[in-house]
Design a protein around this ligand. Structure first.
Ligand code: NAP
Length: 319
């Protein structure tokens, strides 16, 4: 017999762990299927300088380990694996992890988003051979090398600045001449003597014999192409939501982000909630993800309490 839980949380990032913390404190004994690579995007971030309460900053992975530990302290349990299938058509809901099936009265989806790639045929070939989407993971391999960072948002600027810890020069390549990044990030990069900029250009190809040796850039105004020598390429052009498992069953927008009712984390299926980057393409911050994880736990708690014949839990003081 498969045991039925009150709540399963899918995803182990700021949203999932915050939901787990709140749900555990409300005695819902949540099971967190946190993913094989738990921690989410903060595991591939360097210093987190904008999470309130950490005036000196904190490393992303350290912060995620602390989030997890805090949820565990109140009784959250974890499955460190990826969900392979969900079935929200039947109650209790089914959450399948390979050969194991878990069932729950309610589910919070907090699977986050993943880095986007350029879509070049050669990208797979060069991954791990000079092409990366994670400066924190791979930056240290490029001591005294010259690098290209692609993108014009906060991620690109953050990666460019971070990579100058190792690289002798970082060239940020952006397809327009205006940046989406926040002014403080732009100012920091402009003040960094190791950072250079090529605007109105896209990467058309990556070249090299076995490893990255250069990129073919194309001027977006006149179509002119030229080869630019580099030892590595870091792609930082945004993210896509991790919703492949859910799009058949849950309402989503044209980019795949789950749709929640305004002011709540409710999806189109009562008892299924969505929190964090999987439903937020606007703010996408650790602190907003954590906030919506908290909302999802409170929404789930309220939903469970209202289920007929369900013992439920009274809404408890959450502070
Ligand atoms: P983003 O803001 O969506 O920026 C993506 C950038 O990549 C844009 O400049 C975009 O160009 C460019 N781009 C997209 N597709 C491209 C393609 N196929 N080829 C070339 N360029 C392409 O994504 P992000 O920088 O990852 O940031 C996401 C969110 O996280 C933002 O809200 C950001 O503020 C936040 N964030 C914050 C921090 C921080 O505060 N420490 C750090 C990282 C991220 P266009 O501008 O032309 O569209």
């Amino acid at each position: 017999m498969t045991e039925t839980r009150e709540l399963i949380i899918i995803g182990g990032g700021p949203a999932g762990y915050t939901a787990a913390l709140y749900a555990a404190r409300a005695n819902l004994q949540p099971l967190v299927v946190e993913g094989f690579n738990w921690g989410g995007q903060l595991m591939v971030t360097s210093d987190v300088e904008n999470y309130p309460g950490y005036p000196d900053g904190i490393m992303g992975p350290e912060m995620m380990a602390e989030f997890r530990r805090q949820a565990e302290r109140f009784g959250a349990e974890f499955v460190t694996d990826d969900v392979t299938r969900v079935d929200f058509s039947e109650r209790p809901f089914r959450v399948v992890v390979d050969k194991d099936e878990y069932r729950a009265q309610s589910v919070i989806v907090a699977t986050g988003a993943s880095a986007r790639w350029l879509g070049l045929p050669c990208e797979q070939h060069f991954q791990g051979r000079g092409l990366s989407a994670c400066a924190t993971c791979d930056g240290a391999f490029f001591k005294e090398r010259e690098l290209v960072v692609v993108g014009g948002g906060d991620s690109a600027f953050e990666e460019a600045n971070f990579l100058t810890r190792y690289a002798s020069k970082v060239t940020l390549v952006h397809r327009r001449d205006e940046f989406r990044a926040s002014q403080i990030m732009i100012d920091r990069a402009r003040a960094n003597p190791k950072v250079e900029f090529i605007t109105n250009a896209v990467v058309d190809n990556i070249v090299g014999n076995g490893k990255v040796e250069g990129v073919v850039l194309r001027d977006t105004r006149n179509g002119e192409t030229w080869e630019f020598k580099t030892d590595g390429v870091f792609v930082a052009i945004g993210h896509d939501p991790n919703t492949a498992l859910f799009v058949e069953q849950l309402d989503h927008d044209e980019h795949g982000y789950l749709v929640t009712k305004p002011g709540s984390t409710e999806t189109n299926i009562p008892g299924v909630f969505a929190a964090g980057d999987v439903q937020d393409h606007v703010y996408r911050q650790a602190v907003t993800a954590a906030g919506s994880g908290c909302m999802a736990a409170l929404d789930a708690e309220r939903y469970l309490a209202a289920l007929e014949g369900h013992p439920g839990t009274a809404l408890t003081a959450q502070v």
